[in-house]
Design a protein around this ligand. Structure first.
Ligand code: HEC
Length: 327
């Protein structure tokens, strides 16, 4: 997705924009409290209403920019509104979920607060009713003056929701123990997974035992010319047509066809492995997808899929239970 520079700016500056509504809502309870003053009530109810209204309106921009930002950095799906938390290790996604829910709760409470303030301002202090100030306060108890205690409470809940949301936002931007630990763990997992970037063992296929003396045609794998290579630990089982033992793997190097002969144009590498726990894993690697075929590969010029990538479901369709399918 290529966004306009303006959208780009709105998204990126989310951590800055949020301070406008946050700042306004932080001073709102002060203005509301001050409205309990016996003589300044009228002005401070109006002030409270304006602070609340502007803060609430400004927050729509903050919500919008947060959504766009979340989508741009792929924490939220392209048409989603909340991040999907797939497992409990996704600390950032989980914090973001609560961050968004707290922000939305604040938005709803804020809307109610603005409405209440507007009604109080119109009812008790609207222009034209001269002397209303006096009527309003005469005979009222302290907590019934100004914006009134219930509205003050709603305002405080509003601050609470956004304060909490803001705290989580700060954690996501600057990190805390949990997010830092999750990032460190992800880093370590990647470092331990030597094939995260490239299928190193598959690329080294020529060091394995050739299972076939020369190339043969493979209808099952794009009608290419194939040659199968198997680890020494699995070659006997492979030749006997059995499933490879744990730790063993087979790589199929391929070439495209040229008038019934293997061409020099290298095709993808296919890999099938029996993991230590007996399960089967697949990999598909194509260093350079030819121009004409890129449409079939999501317009990528380079493809590297590994189990459990759903794009490898077709492999499982034929290689059920990890065995070599009958030809
Ligand atoms: C249409 C069925 C079919 C599909 C789909 C398929 N295969 Fe195969 N595969 C076979 C058959 C049949 C063989 C035996 C050799 C041959 O016929 O080329 C084989 C052989 C292999 C081999 C050589 C080791 C062995 O078990 O013989 C590997 C590695 C392999 N496939 C990987 C893959 C991967 C990775 C995918 C998915 C990207 C895949 N295959 C998709 C049918 C299929």
């Amino acid at each position: 997705m290529t966004a306009s520079p303006l959208i780009e700016f709105i998204a990126r500056e989310h951590p800055a924009f949020v301070h406008i509504p946050l700042g306004l809502v932080a001073v709102l309870p002060l203005a509301m409290l001050a409205s309990f003053h016996p003589r300044q009530g009228r002005h401070l109810v109006a002030t409270s209403f304006f602070i609340a209204a502007i803060g609430w309106l400004a927050s729509t921009m903050a919500l919008f920019s947060g959504l766009i930002w979340g989508r741009q950095i792929n924490l939220i799906g392209p048409s989603g509104f909340l991040p999907v938390v797939a497992n409990e290790k996704q600390v950032l996604q989980r914090i973001l979920q609560i961050h968004i829910l707290a922000a939305l709760a604040g938005f709803i409470v804020g809307g109610i607060c603005v409405l209440l303030l507007w009604r109080i301002w119109r009812r008790d202090f609207s222009i034209g009713s001269v002397g209303s100030e006096h009527r309003h306060h005469a005979g009222r108890r302290f907590w019934e003056r100004g914006v009134g205690t219930p509205t003050l409470l709603v305002g405080l809940i509003w601050v609470g929701c956004w304060g909490f949301s803001g705290k989580l936002g700060g954690i996501m931007v600057f990190g805390n123990e949990a997010t830092n630990r999750a990032a460190a763990e992800a880093d370590k997992a990647k470092r331990n997974d030597v094939e995260a970037e490239l299928p190193i063992r598959a690329l080294d296929y020529a060091s394995l035992e050739p299972a076939e003396a020369g190339p043969a045609r493979s209808k099952a794998h794009g009608d290419r010319w194939r040659r199968v290579w198997v680890t020494a630990s699995g070659i006997d089982d492979y030749k006997a047509g059995k499933q490879l033992p744990p730790g063993a793997y087979a790589v199929m190097s391929t070439f495209s066809d040229e008038k019934g002969k293997p061409s020099t144009e290298p095709g993808p590498l296919y890999m099938k492995e029996t993991k230590a726990d007996g399960s089967t894993a697949f990999a598909f690697y194509w260093a350079r997808v030819p121009e004409a075929l890129r449409k079939e590969f999501g317009n990528q010029d380079n493809v590297y899929w590994r189990s459990p990538d759903p794009k490898l479901a077709t492999c499982l369709g034929c290689h059920e239970k990890g065995g070599t399918p009958a030809k």
